[in-house]
Design a protein around this ligand. Sequence first.
Ligand SMILES: C[S@@+](CC[C@H](N)C(=O)[O-])C[C@H]1O[C@@H](n2cnc3c(N)ncnc32)[C@H](O)[C@@H]1O
Length: 316
Amino acid sequence: MQVIHYSVLKHEILTHLVPLSNEGLVVDCTLGEGGHTEALLSLYPGIRVAGIDRDHEILNRAEQRLEPFSDRFIPLHGWFDDILSDFPPELPRPDAVLMDLGISMYHYGASQRGFSFTTEEQLDMRLDTSQQLSARDIVNTYSQQDLADVIYQYGEERYSRRIASAICRERSSTPVETARTLRDIVYHAVPQGYRRGRIHPATRTFQALRIEVNSELTRLRRGMAAAVDLLAQKGRIGIISFHSLEDRVVKHHFRLLAGRAPGDDKDVEYYQDHPALRLITRKPIVPGAREVEENQASRSAKLRVAEKVGEVNHEL
Ligand SMILES: C[S@@+](CC[C@H](N)C(=O)[O-])C[C@H]1O[C@@H](n2cnc3c(N)ncnc32)[C@H](O)[C@@H]1O
């Protein structure tokens, strides 16, 4: 099998997510093509890794790649927040949990689900292809206001209203079906100066649709809470994010559970006295110049790591 994805911050993950024992369990919540899992299984010959992915196709690819480790690799198909909340009872508490958020280069390059705006592919963007809602539905059925809100909230796109208005104008005559059509609508909706920016003007709109289709931020919040609950004491959680919305959610959650969030509400006060996490990285770890040179897609990656030192309070 030809591997398409280039695993980000692999060395840093191996340095910070060290299993507590030789027979420990690590949960890779975002298995993808299994690059991080392969590195962990190779470095620690006694551990097991449970690898979760919602996407059936990519999970199959990872299983092929990890065939040499089949006695120590446990594939789990589903959303990570669901699996972490209802973890298989036969498995022990994990020593480490990894999340490498977002989608894989396989999704951009080979899934044919319209993740990349350079293609004529149908606008789909579902990780779970049995789910009803696709990007095509959002673009063609959401009200103009709701569309603008999604693009603004999840894309942090300042021209969200103009873009939503242009989409609605177009779809009143012809449904918006493909990634390239949407890209062109966005391109023509924004001011000329914006078209020459650092990123393509459609980047934020595509990010917003992907987050909405797959409920990414809701699943991240729910998944992080369940992961900290599940971890063994002294176990570590490491999360790699790729945009500021994700990183803000991770940073806030880690700081809250570490009792380092400012404020005076009862959650903050509780964790100031009874921290559930200790921050290992005060500032996020980012890829070095060499990694960015080898893999441009890694340039926005940020890794935050924390260690479990207490319990999550479910009464709050
Ligand atoms: C960036 S890729 C992971 C790459 C992997 N770490 C590697 O090195 O090969 C993220 C993967 O997580 C999956 N994914 C994203 N969000 C998920 C969720 N909430 N539950 C389960 N899988 C998810 C995607 O389908 C994708 O395959």
